[in-house]
Design a protein around this ligand. Structure first.
Ligand code: HEM
Length: 117
């Protein structure tokens, strides 16, 4: 059970890496656009995060204030990606503020995960 939980944590980290990595690629190339890869990473992080939010395979209490905060941040990221891709399809461009919030908010969630004990 403990091993399985660690595998799900690994999947969760892959979701983070895909979302953040896809955003960094666009940011470094100065392409203000959202990509499907960002949404895939977000969905992987969400589903694995929800699985980890249940107390199985651990002998300590989960920090639900932290988990709830991360869920709210992820919902905001999801809204930014959703609105961004709709605007992109309709007008061909994403409002820059939407794009530039995605990376820092993703990093915020990783920081919350690691630093809030
Ligand atoms: C972009 C979104 C997210 C990022 C970047 C992220 C990042 C991380 C990272 C880096 C860890 C490993 C921390 C460590 O082991 O020290 C982690 C663990 C965890 N995450 Fe997330 N996360 C995200 C979204 C979520 C969501 C939406 C939930 C739940 C609703 C969630 C629930 C958890 C839980 C419960 C753990 C702890 C696993 C354990 O210790 O057993 N995460 N997250």
């Amino acid at each position: 059970m403990e091993i399985l939980r660690h595998v799900v944590v690994l999947v969760h980290l892959v979701g983070f890496a895909v979302l953040f990595g896809a955003w960094v690629v666009e940011a470094v190339a100065r392409r203000v656009q959202v990509t499907r890869l960002m949404s895939y990473g977000m969905v992987i992080a969400l589903l694995s995060g929800l699985a980890l939010a249940a107390p199985w395979g651990i002998d300590y209490d989960l920090n639900y204030a932290k988990i709830g905060t991360k869920l709210v941040v992820l919902i905001i990221i999801g809204a930014l990606l959703g609105i961004g891709s709709a605007r992109q399809k309709r007008t061909g461009a994403v409002p820059p503020v939407l794009f530039w919030l995605v990376g820092p908010l993703t990093l915020l969630n990783a920081a919350l995960a690691v630093l809030w004990r």
